[in-house]
Design a protein around this ligand. Structure first.
Ligand code: HEM
Length: 508
């Protein structure tokens, strides 16, 4: 009886999987003939995009080598060329298509990017991996039916809102990180990127909710990681229907997202008194038009998706370069320690832009390791920078390819914060620099990113001295969305001494 039940269950599961796979394939074939009818080769309005016919020919050995040496994005294309090299040869744009026929266009040419991201913004849609991110948060608010990004941008610009109480709480969160590092100090070695990532969930939750409720960081981490995993899945990127197939990874993503959204939904209705939190700002500002907790949830979830790994990845890479150059590290540390010693509670956050050396070090880190992949889907046939972009094409770029272009940057692979200083020592904004993307839908969190990164680095450098254990740049985590995230960053760590009042506080 039991055996027959079991075999029936197996038969049902296998047929479900087979049917949904078949539907998925059929759907994509139909979609292809409809949506991708504007074939890359047929379009005559603009120039034809150089087309790589042999699709992705992954060569694992070269892939590992590229990850180790250059950190090019995860794909190695045919002829064993890295994406950067291919872009160099094709004038900054090339295309290929997936086996299901979906065209992918990779760009690093700034004129083409400006057309796509700035001038023709209405022709492109932000869509990642066949809409997989919609499960985590909705881009159209369910109640008001208006786009979520408008209130998101308004709120992001207010997130640096200065409040002594908020800063005190934020600093004590940063102190928790220092305590975590201190615990590892006995081994004289820390995997800094892992510690930062493990800890940072609390910071984002704090900024959004005004507190870190118990159980939330774990649920948040599970849902977020499952989402990133799905966003990077080649199958999800290629086949629209694949996300509905009940594979263990798809089911896990659905479950963790459902669980975390449910926890957040419950929290959205709580009386929120922290005037700096995103939730409070949403409740107070009637002009944002976020009347219902359903709409507020989607906005909160957008903040919980963005601005987490981008910040931890930036801090990690900065610390790696400072660990590799102790002289520079000590200079930045002196600046931080002096700043802390001379600031009052009031001025501590208000004057963060006075930390010039730290600022240019962060800028240089963002040049070298732009953490986020920028994606668009072409809604209507377009001509961008003179090239024909077909409807349905997925456009991808990472500012890595712009920021490491030898035509525009001298020694692009060298960490040199002085690039951001003019001869009088003033900070300059160089051309060809877009770590936060460009246009209406670029990152609205730039100020928050600098604010939080500075708080963390001030605390880390005034408490510890880090040194790298090997000359070799850490490996990158293979990820489509976040291609420049370090996999592991083992640094030697020692207490910096007793130079500043803040470091004394942590050691006591
Ligand atoms: C060093 C840190 C960060 C970097 C390098 C970064 C960079 C980016 C980039 C490249 C995008 C994609 C823009 C595009 O598609 O054109 C983006 C989107 C976004 N970022 Fe950031 N970001 C960082 C931190 C943050 C923080 C801390 C927040 C939170 C306030 C944030 C909020 C957002 C939001 C809400 C979007 C989506 C905007 C939209 O869809 O209109 N980011 N970010």
């Amino acid at each position: 009886m039991l055996t027959s039940l079991r075999s029936k269950a197996v038969i049902i599961s296998v047929s479900c999987l087979a049917t949904s796979t078949l539907i998925s394939l059929l759907y994509d074939v139909l979609r292809r003939s409809k949506i991708y009818s504007a074939d890359l080769e047929k379009e005559k309005k603009g120039k034809r995009i150089p087309y790589l016919t042999s699709f992705l020919k992954l060569d694992l050995q070269n892939l590992r080598k590229a990850l180790r040496e250059g950190g090019e994005v995860v794909w190695l294309l045919c002829f064993h060329k890295t994406v950067g090299e291919a872009l160099r040869e094709t004038g900054g744009i090339f295309a290929f298509s997936s086996p299901a026929g979906k065209p992918f266009v990779i760009v690093n040419n700034e004129d083409i990017l400006k057309d796509i991201l700035v001038h023709h913004v209405a022709r492109y849609k932000k869509q990642h991996a066949n809409g997989i991110l919609e499960l985590f948060r909705k881009t159209t608010l369910p109640n008001s039916q208006s786009p979520a990004w408008r209130p998101v941008h308004k709120l992001a610009s207010r997130m640096c809102f200065h409040s002594v109480e908020k800063e005190q709480k934020l600093l004590s969160l940063v102190d928790e990180l220092c305590v975590m590092i201190k615990k590892e100090e006995d081994n004289r070695k820390v995997n800094l990127s892992a510690l930062l990532t493990d800890w940072y969930w609390k910071v984002t939750l704090f900024l959004v909710l005004g507190e870190v409720p118990q159980g939330f960081p774990d649920a948040y981490r599970d849902a977020w990681l499952a989402c990133i995993d799905r966003l990077s899945s080649p199958l999800i990127n290629s086949f629209f229907f694949y996300k509905f197939i009940p594979t263990p990874a798809n089911l896990w993503y659905r479950y963790t997202t459902w669980k975390f959204r449910k926890m957040m939904m419950k929290k959205m209705d709580d009386d929120n008194k922290c005037d700096w939190s995103v939730v409070h700002m949403m409740l107070q500002d009637k002009e944002l038009n976020l009347e219902t907790s359903e709409d507020r949830l989607e906005v909160a979830m957008e903040f919980l998706f963005t601005g987490t790994t981008s910040v931890t990845s930036t801090i990690s890479w900065l610390m790696w370069h400072l660990s590799d150059n102790i002289k520079l590290q000590d200079k930045v540390a002196q600046e931080c320690i002096g700043y802390q010693a001379n600031s009052t509670e009031e001025s501590f956050v208000r004057d963060l832009n006075k930390l010039q050396l730290l600022e240019v070090c962060l800028k240089e880190t963002l040049r070298m390791y732009s953490p986020i992949h920028i994606g668009r889907m072409c809604k209507h046939d377009d001509v961008a920078g003179g090239y024909s972009i077909p409807q349905g094409a997925d456009i991808m770029t990472n500012m890595w390819w712009v920021h490491r272009n030898e035509d525009n940057w001298k020694d692009p692979n060298k960490f040199d914060p002085n690039r951001f200083l003019d001869s009088s020592g003033n900070i300059v904004k160089p051309d060809h620099y877009y770590p936060f993307s460009m246009g209406l839908r670029g990152c609205p969190g730039q100020a928050v990113a600098f604010y939080i990164s500075k708080l963390v680095v001030i605390r880390l450098l005034s408490s510890f001295r880090f040194s790298s254990q090997s000359q070799q740049e850490p490996l990158f985590k293979p990820s489509l969305m976040l291609p420049n995230t370090p996999a592991e960053m083992n640094l030697a760590v020692a207490p910096r001494g007793d130079e500043g009042k803040w470091s004394r506080k942590i050691s006591s």
